[in-house]
Design a protein around this ligand. Structure first.
Ligand SMILES: C[S@@+](CC[C@H](N)C(=O)[O-])C[C@H]1O[C@@H](n2cnc3c(N)ncnc32)[C@H](O)[C@@H]1O
Ligand SMILES: [Zn+2]
Length: 179
């Protein structure tokens, strides 16, 4: 690891520890000029707008340690929920050296989306977001083991499970039919 890279890693780890400390101390922590992390009615901590965010704006980058698929499998047991697939070779562990973006909850009527731009994962506003609104994006889960992922987002489109929009109609019909 180059000196420059290790300095960056140390800085990111220190920033993450500071976010965790601040959350424990005061229950909230600004992640950048637009959003803060605090308790969510959906689950645990969430990320909320603190200023108006225009449609299309980049809200926050999903930062974390870049790890191999093998390492991601090893970390699955401890904190797999914070691991984001970047591409076919690399995953991003938002719980290690992250900036708090890993605390964004899933929503079935989301106001944001996660986009891959070159080698960055960016969370962008799908519509105008008001201060106080919780930031959510569609996690894009498939229907395998859907019962392990109950959804409490409360959106009108929610079918009670965290699954990608494209699967929701079919899964709702399956549940209705008792299959
Ligand atoms: C990346 S974390 C999001 C941050 C999480 N709220 C926390 O405090 O650690 C993903 C986990 O949060 C929970 N979660 C996220 N969105 C949810 C939702 N819409 N309904 C219920 N739980 C949700 C699930 O346990 C999921 O595995
Ligand atoms: Zn939902």
């Amino acid at each position: 690891m180059s000196k420059r890279k290790s300095q960056r890693t140390r800085r990111l780890l220190a920033r993450q520890r500071a976010i965790e400390r601040e959350l424990r101390k005061s229950g909230r922590c600004a992640l950048n000029d637009s959003v803060e992390a605090r308790a969510s009615g959906i689950h645990g901590h969430g990320v909320f707008a603190i200023t108006p965010i225009p449609r299309g704006a980049e809200i926050i980058e999903y930062i974390g340690e870049k790890i191999s698929k093998a390492e991601a499998t090893r970390r699955q047991q401890t904190h797999g929920v914070y691991i984001f697939i970047l591409n076919t070779r690399v995953d991003v562990d938002g719980a290690t050296g992250g900036n708090g973006a890993h605390l964004i909850n899933h929503g079935c009527g989301p106001n944001a989306e996660a986009m891959i731009d070159e080698n960055r994962i960016v969370i962008c506003a799908l519509r105008r977001i008001r201060p106080g609104d919780e930031i959510t994006y569609d996690y894009g889960f498939d229907t395998e083991d859907h019962e392990d992922h109950r959804c409490r987002c409360g959106a009108p489109a929610c079918i009670g499970f965290i699954v990608a929009k494209r699967h929701r109609k079919r899964l709702a019909a399956r549940i209705q039919a008792g299959r």
